[in-house]
Design a protein around this ligand. Structure first.
Ligand code: KG4
Ligand code: ZN
Length: 332
């Protein structure tokens, strides 16, 4: 049984996972309301809150699974990428527990957590696929050959998709985090009302860019009436979704893939889920989107990766440091 801790950004999360039973417990303490007055994540507020919450949350997770800390066989934590002061809290606690109990410690890459999250709770383990990871910090297209064997196909050259959602929401006066707000407001909007740019959709590669789209919304702002809000949200969301879906299916075709996966906070977007399902059905490609509770940051996805790495004999040294700027290249 593995106990994993995730504190890379603004959620404190702890999970327990075993090879036989999968996720035994997954607890999350969200800091959204703490950061909302500032319109974004404040690193010092985040690390202080992680410190306050982590110990009771570890206890609550053990209690939810009905197990004792002595039953845990290994401790894992996200070691990057993320906010340095936040990463330090989770990794220090996991290392402390590992030292105290004489059990192994595993440093886990947050992006790999998202990347493999569509396979949590599925039979057959990690399958070859083309995978879109879309979160507040990352937008990546990856060829997954097996657990630990990845090839980066493309990434965003500027803003991540979730970051674009958050920034546009802020411009429109919607609360942080903006992604779920735009998704909600867009439900009643006309997605064809405003013709926003589909940046790099036809670039022939798998890179993304969302800063031009953000600027297009900014230029439109002075001409908008309050009654246009739902249409702007729906049209903006459609532009993001068109690019994500177009590039992902093109990558699947080019690589002859028969499975697509989508993960990360933006994978919770209702229009993205709907459009991905439609395009996969049209193209005869199977689709696995991370289930809702594993789209946003959580520790179950960290424990899931840790379990796979542990089975492959990949434990970490206790002097392995956090890596705030960790990229996917670190994965192996
Ligand atoms: O994976 P995540 O929790 O944290 C990172 O690793 O970044 O992703 C958070 C991002 C935020 O930008 C948030 O606005 C976005 O995911 N998000 C959404 C939705 N739910 C969360 N974006 C669009 N539609 C949603 N329903
Ligand atoms: Zn994340």
């Amino acid at each position: 049984m593995i106990l994993a801790i995730e504190t890379s950004c603004d959620e404190t999360a702890v999970a327990l996972y075993s090879a036989e039973s999968g996720v035994l417990a997954s607890e999350i303490s969200s800091q959204i309301l703490l950061h909302r007055p500032y319109g974004g994540v404040v690193p010092e507020v985040a690390s202080r809150s992680h410190l306050e919450v982590i110990e009771p949350l570890v206890r609550a997770t053990l209690e939810a699974a009905g197990v004792s800390i002595r039953d845990v066989d290994a401790f894992a934590a996200t070691s990057g990428p993320g906010l340095a002061s936040s990463l330090l809290v989770g990794s220090s606690v996991a290392k402390g527990l590992a030292v105290g109990s004489g059990k192994p410690y595993l440093a886990i890459n947050h992006i790999e957590g998202h990347l493999l999250s569509p396979f949590i709770g599925t039979s057959g383990g990690v399958l070859p696929s083309i995978s879109l990871v879309v979160s507040g910090g990352h937008t990546l297209l990856v060829e997954v050959r097996a657990a630990g064997d990845y090839r980066l196909l493309g990434r965003t050259l500027d803003d991540a998709a979730g970051e674009a959602f958050d920034k546009v929401a802020k411009m429109l006066g919607l609360p942080y985090p903006g992604g779920p707000e735009i998704d909600r407001v867009a439900q009643t909007g006309d997605r064809n009302r405003f013709d926003f740019p589909r940046s790099m959709l036809k670039s022939g590669d798998f890179q993304f860019s969302f800063s031009g789209l953000k600027t297009a919304v900014r230029y439109l702002l002075p001409k908008l009436q309050p009654t246009d809000l739902a249409d702007v949200c729906a049209s903006f969301q459609e532009a993001v979704v068109d690019v994500l879906v177009g590039k992902t299916i093109a990558a699947a075709r080019e690589n002859g893939a028969n499975l697509l996966t989508v993960s990360g906070g933006v994978a919770g977007n209702s229009r993205l889920r709907e459009a991905m399902a439609a395009v996969c059905a049209e193209n005869g490609v199977a689709l696995r989107i991370a289930v809702g509770k594993y789209c946003g940051d959580n520790a179950a996805m960290i424990a899931h990766v840790a379990q796979g790495r542990w089975e492959r004999g990949l434990v970490s040294d206790l002097d392995e440091e956090i890596q705030p700027n960790l990229s996917l290249d670190w994965l192996r």
